[in-house]
Design a protein around this ligand. Structure first.
Ligand code: ZN
Length: 508
């Protein structure tokens, strides 16, 4: 459907821009009247936790009976795409947590190391020179801080490889028995698994050790949704207790990598070892990092390290060994970072139109797959919303393979290593083909306003003629409300905004 919503779209863009501006002024200045003449709807404040709004709405997460049925050609569902958005938020925030952690800086020996040099100062005729001590700023410091993330990911990849062995064995059990169900892995392992899945053909052959059980396993969207606390602004991921126990027992590794790293009561030889990872090299003032020899030296003296610590060290050894599989896995996660950032910026998961956005994305994705069948030799490039549905589909590799073979005529690989130029020309071509084939716009604005407007217009029945300006005003208020909730959440408010109407309802 091509909407002639140009006027409403423009009005909403303008008004929202002003409203955001006004809200910024209000929160920045001590005198709120410095604000504006723009109308920002007034909201009440929840008085109890029951009154706090739940965004995204729980009804979004209707996973149905998809787990029991074998409907392998099915497209991803709204619930799965929504859980995916939650997962990407969790990924975004774990990266932020690792990068900003000063506790982890300290564990890894990352601190500014100003260098002292001596400068010759000319004192004037006949008086010669003197030596002056000068402290030079450590310009490697910020770079070394960023290295934390690569180190964390290398450990995550090493842990992922151990997890795949345990999980393949687990899933080998008799079908349908309780013992062969998949337990949720820790978030670092999940992140590597997720990134690998987004490379379908690599996943299928995975380094000549195919993950045959993981291949037929559906991605645990429902369990992931249950594990993520969407009420918190940093989307924490909490593994179920039995999954923690399973992971610990089967892999011999700490369930929470971040906690394991910053734990202070670990053996002193491990503490000394980790400090070498982020410290600058004493001679060059450049970053050296841990070496295999460093780790081996500790592993050879097992006196003060227990079993858990030994397994941790073995992962450290794999992580710093520059093994190609680990390097490739780390790169795959790193490549996904820009998509994660884009999803966090769009923040559809908190938008009033989330359900419509995802429904439309899935529909557009099915058309995108048809283009693959129609134009088999053309490189097709997705829009952001189609990409989300596409990624969600890829996370269940068996279903993805059967589905794309059926709908697109072959297994569609996903190449996330293409350069910008190739992508741009592919995108223009896809845009044209989509328009020709489906008489719809390919590239649309997916902001909260436009999505909510589209949902509102779609929801209107064709018989009743609703005044466009009434619809647009309704959308504006709805978006303003959702924005107010998100702002309050980010400010750490315990009680979130509620609609005045609800206050009156509650009071009457
Ligand atoms: Zn827009």
């Amino acid at each position: 459907m091509v909407l002639s919503s140009g006027y409403g779209q423009h009005w909403l863009h303008q008004r929202s821009k002003q409203a955001i501006q006004a809200q910024k002024i209000e929160s920045a200045s001590t005198t709120p009247q410095g604000a504006t003449n723009i109308h920002i709807p007034a909201f009440g404040t929840a008085a109890t936790s029951e009154e706090n709004p739940i965004i995204p709405d729980p009804s979004l997460f209707d996973f149905g009976s998809q787990y029991s049925e074998d409907c392998s050609t099915k497209l991803p569902t709204v619930a799965e795409c929504a859980a995916h958005l939650e997962l990407l938020e969790a990924f975004y925030h774990i990266r932020l947590k690792v990068l900003s952690s000063t506790a982890l800086d300290s564990v890894l020996g990352i601190r500014p190391e100003p260098r002292t040099v001596y400068r010759k100062i000319y004192l004037g005729y006949g008086r010669g020179y003197s030596r002056e001590e000068v402290k030079l700023r450590d310009d490697t410091f910020q770079e070394r801080r960023k290295e934390k993330w690569s180190f964390y990911l290398a450990l995550a990849a090493a842990r992922f490889l151990r997890w795949t062995e345990a999980v393949e064995e687990q899933l080998d059990g008799p079908k349908g028995s309780k013992d062969n169900s998949l337990h949720l892995p820790p978030i670092d392992v999940l992140m590597v698994w997720h990134a690998l899945l987004l490379n379908p053909s690599w996943f299928r052959s995975f380094e000549a050790r195919p993950l045959k059980n993981l291949f037929t396993t559906r991605f645990p969207w429902k369990e992931i949704h249950n594990a993520i606390d969407a009420d918190k602004m940093d989307w924490p991921y909490n593994m179920p207790r039995e999954s923690i126990a399973w992971f610990l027992e089967k892999t011999g590794l700490e369930p929470d990598l971040f906690e394991a790293l910053i734990k202070t009561n670990t053996s002193s030889s491990i503490q000394q070892l980790l400090k070498r990872q982020g410290a600058p090299d004493s001679h060059e003032n450049t970053h050296r990092g841990l070496t295999v020899e460093d780790v081996d030296a500790v592993l050879r003296r097992p006196a003060d390290i227990d079993e858990l610590q030994t397994m941790f060290l073995k992962c450290c050894r794999d992580a710093v060994n520059q093994d190609t599989t680990i390097t490739k896995l780390v790169d795959a996660v790193q490549r996904q970072a820009s998509f994660v950032d884009k999803m966090e910026r769009q923040l559809w998961i908190r938008s009033p139109a989330i359900e419509g956005t995802l429904r439309r994305a899935i529909d557009r994705y099915s058309k995108f797959l048809k283009l693959f069948k129609l134009y088999a030799k053309t490189m097709l490039v997705p829009t952001l919303d189609i990409d989300l549905a596409w990624h969600t589909h890829q996370c269940s590799p068996y279903r993805y393979e059967v589905g794309t073979v059926k709908m697109a005529g072959r297994l569609i690989d996903h190449d996330d290593k293409l350069d910008k130029g190739t992508l741009n020309s592919g995108f223009t071509r896809t845009k044209d083909l989509y328009r020709i084939r489906f008489a719809q716009d390919y590239q649309v604005c997916n902001c909260w306003d436009c999505e909510a407007l589209l949902s509102a217009i779609t929801a209107q029945s064709s018989e009743t003629q609703t005044n466009t300006s009434v619809t647009v005003r309704y959308v504006y208020e709805n978006v303003a409300y959702h924005r107010a909730v998100e702002i309050a959440r980010r400010k750490g408010h315990k009680w979130l905004p509620i609609r005045i109407q609800e206050v009156q309802d509650a009071g009457s």
